[in-house]
Design a protein around this ligand. Structure first.
Ligand code: ADP
Length: 269
């Protein structure tokens, strides 16, 4: 089983006055089989960390490893991981089955078509989509689309699954359903899952979480340990006390407001 490790991992964007440190000296490991949460407010570096671990972005310094080095052994790492990004990347004009088949044909060209379809059918069943497998994805709800993305990421039987805010935009029912499916899937496959989230209910489901603030690691442990250390009753309070009570300086387009121009919703004490 593969271990996910980060060692002094950093990433900066831009230069000079516009230089932005997105991730700063992150060091921790994720045990094989763990459900691990990467927790932090918007702009705290969760996606950047996932992009480095999943071979899509070069670190500025330090190491990102999923078994092998995510930078030097790109193809070796890609063989063992599945990724579900924040932005949906399904082809809406194809059916669920066609989306699955197309993905597998790209990533496992040597796989016989009958075998591809057998695995696709199994996964669609597991994620509760079997009865809609032939319908065009355009007709799917958001919740179904997210589940389909997870099913698709599982086509290559990854040992580690990365999910970047998988439940954003989902209603509570779809959220609960997605987590129930994730739990079932972990039970049958025993894989490692790293999930980026700023949702405390989701974070509380994780075996351990790493809390990020402005790209830095500010806490690591089980949700209960983190609450205890922060002397907080629940994870939301612990999270706020660790990451600050200010609304993150992010515009809706994801760019960052200059310092001092953020609205302050909560103040301590
Ligand atoms: P999160 O996933 O926690 O919301 P991100 O990793 O997306 O945070 O972003 C961390 C910081 O890095 C943010 O300030 C973001 O604006 C910045 N950032 C991310 N990607 C880029 C990029 N390609 N160019 C410039 N800045 C970026």
């Amino acid at each position: 089983m593969l271990e996910v490790t980060l060692e002094d991992l950093s990433r900066t964007f831009g230069r000079g006055n516009s230089k932005k440190v997105a991730v700063c000296n992150l060091s921790f490991s994720v045990e094989p089989g763990e459900l691990f949460g990467l927790l932090g407010p918007n702009g705290s570096g969760k996606s950047t960390t996932i992009r480095m671990l999943t071979t899509l972005l070069q670190p500025s310094s330090g190491d990102a490893r999923v078994g092998q080095d995510s930078i030097k052994q790109v193809w070796e790492v890609r063989k063992h991981i599945g990724v579900v990004f924040q932005d949906p990347s399904l082809d809406l004009r194809l059916s669920a089955m066609e989306n699955m088949d197309f993905y597998a044909a790209l990533y496992r060209p040597a796989w016989p078509a009958t075998e591809r379809r057998r695995v696709a059918r199994q996964l669609l069943e597991l994620l509760g989509l079997a009865d809609r497998a032939q319908d065009m994805v355009r007709t799917y709800s958001w919740g179904m689309r997210r589940r389909l993305e997870i099913a698709r990421a599982l086509m290559t039987d990854p040992e580690v699954l990365f999910l970047d805010e998988p439940t954003t935009g989902l209603d509570p029912q779809s959220r609960a359903s997605l987590w129930a499916h994730l739990a079932a899937m972990r039970q049958t496959r025993g894989m490692t899952v790293m999930v980026a989230t700023h949702d405390m209910e989701e974070a509380a489901r994780c075996d351990r979480v790493a809390v990020l603030r402005q790209g830095r690691l500010v806490a690591l442990g089980t949700p209960a340990e983190i609450c205890r250390r922060q002397e907080c009753q629940d994870l939301t309070q612990a999270f706020l006390s660790l990451t600050g009570y200010q609304v993150p300086r992010e515009r809706t387009d994801g760019t960052v407001l200059p310092r001092g121009r953020d609205a302050t919703l909560y103040r301590r004490g």
